[in-house]
Design a protein around this ligand. Structure first.
Ligand code: DQA
Length: 144
């Protein structure tokens, strides 16, 4: 099984971006953490990050066609992008919506998600530790 981990805008700047909110782990560290979780669980994990909405839409189409489960941190797109939602709605395997921060403790505009009602589950507020947890759940439950 392959698990695709997709990170949206500004997440490539993890480590330097608002560390009091997102922590000091870099995106490169996050990629290593996710790949390590995949090795331990015996699943292939691929992590991608983009600041371009069309590229994210294309990756979601690819996952839909391949029937891959997706762990998606859509960043700010979560809160307003109908295009990302419409692409995610085409997925045929599990979709986990993930946020590093607890969006519900933050500004009101972050309380709206265009993804939660089409997701299998939502993880938020566990920091980057949410990623290996999401990968573990998918590895143990996807396709059953
Ligand atoms: C985020 C939360 C979003 O509100 C924000 O726009 C992000 C990151 C998170 O991981 O906590 O870019 O998705």
């Amino acid at each position: 099984m392959k698990v695709l981990v997709l990170n949206g805008p500004n997440l490539g700047r993890l480590g330097t971006r608002e560390p009091s909110v997102y922590g000091s782990t870099t995106h490169a560290d996050l990629v290593s953490m996710c790949e390590q979780a995949g090795v331990e669980l015996g699943v292939e994990v691929e992590v991608r990050q983009t600041d371009h909405e069309g590229e994210m839409v294309g990756w979601l189409h690819e996952a839909a066609d391949a029937c891959w489960p997706v762990v998606l941190n859509a960043g700010a797109w979560t809160h307003y992008s109908v295009a990302v939602r419409d692409a995610a709605a085409q997925l045929r395997a599990e979709l986990i919506e993930l946020h590093i921060s607890n969006v519900h403790k933050r500004e009101a505009f972050r309380h709206t998600s265009f993804l939660s009602d089409i997701s299998t589950a939502v993880i938020c507020g566990l920091g980057v530790a949410g990623y290996p947890l999401a990968i573990r759940w998918v590895a143990e439950n996807a396709g059953r």
